[in-house]
Design a protein around this ligand. Sequence first.
Ligand SMILES: *Cc1c(COP(=O)(O)O)cnc(C)c1O
Length: 345
Amino acid sequence: MYKLNQKIENLLPYQPLISDFKIRLDANESFIEPDPSILNRIADAVREIKYNRYPDSSAGSACSAFAEFYGVQAKYVTAGNGSDELISIIVSSFLQKGETLLLTAPDFSMYSFYAHLAEVNAAVLNKGETLDITAQEIISAAKGQNARAVIFSTPCNPTSRGFNKSDIIKIVTELSDILVVVDEAYMDFCDTSILEDAHKYDNLIVLKTCSKFGFAAVRLGFAVAGDKITRALRAVKSPYNINTMTNLTGSIIFQNKDFLRAAIKKITAQRIKLSKALKSLSNKDITVFDSCANFVTVKMPGAADIYKGLLSRGIAVRNFGNYLRITAGTDYEHECLLNALKELL
Ligand SMILES: *Cc1c(COP(=O)(O)O)cnc(C)c1O
């Protein structure tokens, strides 16, 4: 009888919420759909593809357009099938079995999942009830645990808290012989990015994604790093990880700079509105964290029950411990959410 190995025998497929909720504020997607002009350009590009040929293994079109949009050089950019794929590649290739990856908690759940698959030892630095963590705590833990790499998101999913650029520089320079992976999935809604300087440090990878500003369906993420790491990333990724449709779609997305900037502005404005609305509940049991992402994190006793109550009203958010993570949506979605919360509280 064939037996699955121990590390995968009890794993289950990733289960996003699938029922038909009328309001989806659970996955940090954008509420904005692309302009018809963008959809037309994608349709034209997809018609012209040579379907009998392999894609460009460097995803050059998408990487160049990404690089131009963010003011970095394309030679420092590697594309992935979502930043998720890049996380998987980094954890399984830059660490060896039994080496230690430092994580913080709570943070993005896929880090520990890929560490498990790669048989990498995940050392977890817990944030307190305030969800804050300092650069110094990360530095001390990484050294104390003899970590080979550290990975965290800033702004952090799910806490919405972010580091200053000076914090990141401190972490990267003080941990100069440890790989530092800074996941900037939400940095478009914040202004403390290290992206432009990523190539200057030989132990830093900055991750980006198209998923939070309106293109989650495309599955396209990027790693920005200096020469040595970029060479290694390109060598270890699967050769044709980005298909031709994604490569061309990616280049069209980033060429539409005005659309992207406007979308990011609108999403940020809605996040500010959502924060204000949640604060206006003025319930002494509710703490609304200052956010610099496209979602708002709140702490409340009975968060799990509130979460279920919202679901039963057709409103999906995310629950972790005593907290809810609520994605910024439209005014109408916010209104439904707030009305439901008032009933439930
Ligand atoms: C959503 C998210 C990602 C995944 O991005 P994809 O490009 O969709 O794979 C990575 N990191 C964090 C922190 C996220 O929240």
